[in-house]
Write a protein that binds this ligand. Sequence first.
Ligand SMILES: *Cc1c(COP(=O)(O)O)cnc(C)c1O
Length: 425
Amino acid sequence: MKKIPLKSKNKFFGDPKNGGFGGQYVPEILRPALLELEIAYQKIFPTKAYQDEFKALCKHFIGRPTPLIHAKNASKALSNEIYLKFEGLANTGAHKINNALGQVLLAKKMGKKRVIAETGAGQHGLAVASACAKLGMECEIYMGEIDAVRQKPNVFNMELFGAKVIHVTSGSKTLKDAVNETLRVWSNNSTDTFYVLGSALGPYPYPDLVRELQSVIGKEVKLQCKDYFQGLPDYLVACVGGGSNSMGFFSSFINEAVCLIGVEAGGIGKESGQNAARMDQSGTGRVGIAQGYKSIFLQNDEGQLASTHSISAGLDYAGIGPQLAYLGSIKRVEFINATDEEALRALQFFAKNEGIIPALESSHALAGAIKISQKLKNKKIIINVSGRGDKDIFITAKALHSDSWAKFLQEEIKRLEIESAKGKK
Ligand SMILES: *Cc1c(COP(=O)(O)O)cnc(C)c1O
């Protein structure tokens, strides 16, 4: 097997003239800010001082290493040896904190005062706000107004962390407008402000920086395997939104004889707008350039980003990180997808059999593993459970027990009204 380089070369994964992905397609006004980040990535990020401090925070603040669990009951039911890397036990409930904390620490070492980030469902914003609280940085989170209303619990927690949540009222008032607004603010204030990007995508150097920060997942797995078996696992399975948990998980195994499976959101159907399966050969994913990088995007005939659907907010995105697009194009990573329905079933199966509540995103990885295990026997399959599912209760409870959940919510409102009426007297 020819060795695949882990880092981008000249800002691209693969040859930019021949099927490569990545790059730095940004307006002139953002170039100085990105150049400063590139220099920090080369000069500060690799230093012992930075790396030691990051490691200490991983251990004492995030709670790393997160466990590798041998899922014995699921193994028996699925006729394969199933292991779960449980990122859900990381502080704030998912792998996102690894990246957020690493970037906020870099910002601090660069002498920045303020951190900004965009967020859709709020998970990235939550992780950034937590990291800023820990490291004493000012924090502004840009969120589309519609998202901010929909994701009230995350907004509430971000504000507890001391972050200012800014409602973006332009355009469709969702994630892509929040991205635009964050970039606008960054381009005007890059001297004192750092932009924390939430996944392994965007213009160079973010895809490399984010992968390296998330690579702690795969490094731990490689060591933790030894508690259970000799040698390597046969399969690694991860869900793919932008690609940060999967790239961090896969990166220690890229040049090993291990099958790497990325699971995308199959949503509610194959039609455009019903899923977020960018790498699905039968879908509308095509090469394009958007939001600063060249990759595979779900797009319409005019090249505009298509709308997407997934039950899990974290997988509901039209683009995929450039390194995964590249690894998919050379067939190093195989992509499958899981529907909303399959993810919900996998969530119930692993909750009942293994005593964990996976995030809906992670439930796609679990569903993917259930699918592949049907054609395999006695293989060692490790699934990255990127987050825990507490955050999803408003979605899962509605999907699985809608009547009793509706009743509970109605009674909560009644209690609230009674209490506030008492308060007014
Ligand atoms: C955001 C999120 C994802 C998707 O993002 P990636 O960058 O692809 O990892 C997956 N799982 C959880 C729990 C998330 O919060």
